[in-house]
Design a protein around this ligand. Structure first.
Ligand code: ADP
Ligand code: MG
Length: 399
């Protein structure tokens, strides 16, 4: 398929870039290894992770690649095909600080977290190349983190449980990039399974892998290409509104420590006492958690019609109750649903921009692409990027 030739071409280009930065791969007796880590998309379960709920992501074909070769002096020298500038350098034998250029903080952070965990790393020369769009909501950041971690571990001859690696990468994102992200992205990127989506319980990190049969169901991701300027507080504000709900329910029942512990009946009974906005935020989370586990059961039964309906309900809840959608995302969902063979569509990711995910019959892929590429530019003046993907495996060592 074309993605196979694309991958071969990108790998060849990556090795070319490695040679330009660090000298010919064959002139040095050490082997150049190639590591991959995919991007991800969430089928359903939005803003549920930090409420101890469920998420339902899968790893996607766009991916980060790292070509790397070990060094004995502890020095890490890093380049990315996405960013110009001199090589980034730091040493695993000294304290690693975040700094400029900012793109490298994800890699610096992962190295520092591994070192702090007492893992004996060697240095490396490495080049990153990624087909995951930067800042497009498909988690280019987790792909870079997990790929860097796996590269450092592989060169040191070490193995790490994928969930542990995911936790290390999440810590790196918290402390080095200053992003208080949940655990979904790094977990699916590190521990995804080809041909499967992952129902992840964010409370105890237990996982259930559900087959996604590409002969019956295709996943289409449409990037709205529009990111709304935020004051920066929106994510924190949503979290605080969820916490306000938890505080209320915790007063009546100390067993309630997150919205995961609140049933829809309990929530409804509190409609008149909770502030209206808090009530709506909580209603999104409580109903979304229920939709997410139900969606996994429906996918297992190949009930795509009902799965699609749940995705539409999820979008409506994110738009109306959680208020994190945008006119562009709403437009993409509405237009996708006019195409025959589209089961469902919703915004995916934290919101305020980013992507829409549609689940569709295979024969609907091209009509959907055609329709969106016609109407979306007409109405917004912007041409969207469209990705058609199967569910891929989590990060792995290619060579
Ligand atoms: P996303 O939604 O794509 O995860 P983020 O803002 O969380 O967006 O992460 C984007 C950051 O990830 C970039 O600013 C950069 O630091 C890092 N990154 C992504 N792709 C690359 C790349 N190809 N090379 C180097 N760093 C990258
Ligand atoms: Mg990210």
């Amino acid at each position: 398929s074309s993605s196979v030739t694309d991958n071969a071409a990108r790998q060849a280009a990556l090795l070319g870039a490695f040679g330009r930065h660090f000298g010919s791969p064959t002139a040095n007796s050490r082997r150049v290894r190639i590591i991959r880590a995919p991007g991800r998309v969430n089928l359903i379960g939005e803003h549920t992770d930090y409420n101890d709920g469920f998420v339902f992501p899968m790893a996607i074909e766009p991916q980060a690649l790292i070509a790397c070769r070990s060094r004995d002096d502890g020095l890490v020298r890093l380049a990315s095909t996405a960013f110009e500038g001199p090589l980034v350098e730091f040493s695993v034998q000294r304290r690693i600080e975040s700094g400029e250029p900012g793109w490298a903080n994800y890699s610096r952070g992962v190295a520092q977290q591994l070192v702090s965990a007492g893992i004996p790393l060697c240095g490396m020369d490495a080049v990153i190349d990624s087909s995951v769009p930067v800042g497009g909501g498909l988690s280019s950041s987790a792909a870079i983190e997990v790929a860097t971690g796996l590269a450092l571990l592989t060169l040191a001859g070490l193995d790490m449980d994928p969930q542990r690696l995911a936790l290390v990468c999440q810590q790196a994102e918290h402390f080095f990039a200053g992003v208080p992200c949940g655990i979904m992205d790094q977990t699916i990127v590190a521990a995804g399974r080809a041909g499967h989506a992952m129902l992840l319980d964010c409370r105890d990190l237990s996982k259930q892998y559900i087959p996604v049969d590409g002969r019956e169901l295709q996943v289409v991701i449409i990037n709205s290409m529009v990111r709304h300027a935020l004051t920066g507080g929106e994510y924190a504000e949503r979290r605080e509104q969820c916490n306000a709900g938890v505080r209320h329910f915790n007063q009546g029942n100390p067993g309630v420590t997150t919205l995961r512990d609140v049933s829809l009946e309990t929530l409804r009974a509190a409609e008149d006492v909770l502030p209206a906005v808090v009530y709506r935020r909580c209603r999104h989370v409580v109903t979304e958690i229920a939709r997410t586990t139900r969606a996994a059961a429906l996918l297992l039964q190949n009930d795509y019609d009902e799965l699609g309906r749940l995705m539409l309900q999820s979008h409506e809840s994110l738009r109306g109750d959680f208020e994190v959608s945008t006119p562009e995302l709403d437009l993409l969902v509405a237009e996708a649903m006019t195409v025959r063979g589209v089961y469902g569509a919703r915004m995916t990711g934290a919101g305020f921009g980013g992507c829409v995910i549609a689940v569709v019959q295979p024969r609907a892929v091209e009509p959907l692409r055609h329709h969106i590429l016609k109407v979306y530019p007409e109405k917004t003046g912007v041409t969207p990027d469209i990705y058609v993907t199967t569910a891929t495996a989590g990060a792995s060592v290619l060579e």
